[in-house]
Write a protein that binds this ligand. Structure first.
Ligand code: TYD
Length: 213
């Protein structure tokens, strides 16, 4: 059986990743493919339980190291129980956030460093990387606007961190994309949902199967 493909969506807060991931999964199903839509942290019962601990931490919250370990533990369960089996069975896996979120949030903005985050990934998930990673990007002004619009919203332990943390996250994704151009596709996330969806399809077109007449 042909193996499936693995696509991750990445970007800062409120960039419309979830919507775009869902639209891509729907598009693939429309082409007659099996597509599994999933997210991180989460995707399996164990990883969803860890998600709660991360986004709504008990007590004083996590130190940077513990936070990175929890993300890696959630990913380990997700990869072993859902992502790898689905790819083996020939499904496409569309994942809303994956390793590069740990690299951007814990590694860069949280200052743990890329080597440490990659080491945890090597242990936890045998280093599994997506075939393609879509980064939804926006201008600095646009990002600032979104961050301002969040103020007062009910948020979580990570979404609620200050603007400088989130600006570091956004620039980290752009840096990763230029360092690893074969895996990453940067997509302009501004415009209508449909416009962004078309950009995603165009960026992935070499991988996508032809439409059947
Ligand atoms: P979520 O509500 O899914 O955020 P969003 O809608 O912005 O994708 O919450 C996930 C949060 O966890 C988000 O703030 C990003 C953060 N995160 C990390 O810090 N490291 C990681 O490895 C992952 C997967 C997410």
């Amino acid at each position: 059986m042909t193996k499936g493909r693995f696509i991750s969506f990445e970007g800062g807060e409120g960039m419309g990743k979830s919507t775009q991931a869902r639209l891509l999964a729907k598009f693939l199903e429309g082409r007659g493919l099996k597509a599994v839509l999933t997210r991180e942290p989460g995707g399996t019962p164990g990883a969803e339980a860890i998600r709660q601990l991360l986004l709504h931490p008990p007590g004083e919250g996590w130190e940077a190291e513990a936070e990175a370990l929890l993300f890696a533990a959630a990913r380990s369960d997700h990869v072993a129980r859902l992502i790898r089996p689905a790819i083996q069975e020939g499904s496409w896996v569309i994942c809303d956030r994956y390793l590069d979120s740990s690299r951007a949030y814990q590694g860069r903005a949280g200052q743990l460093g890329d080597a440490a985050v990659r080491q945890l990934h090597a242990i936890g998930s045998h280093g599994l990387l997506p075939d393609a990673t879509i980064v939804l990007s926006a201008s600095a002004d646009h990002v600032q606007e979104r961050l301002r619009a969040r103020d007062g919203d009910e948020t979580d332990a990570i979404g609620g961190r200050d603007d400088s943390y989130h600006l570091a996250v956004n620039s980290a994704f752009e840096a990763f994309a230029s360092e690893e151009p074969d895996r990453f596709r940067i997509i302009d996330g501004e415009g209508t949902v449909e416009e962004v969806h078309q950009r995603v399809l165009a960026a992935l077109s070499p991988m996508l199967p032809e439409a059947r007449p």
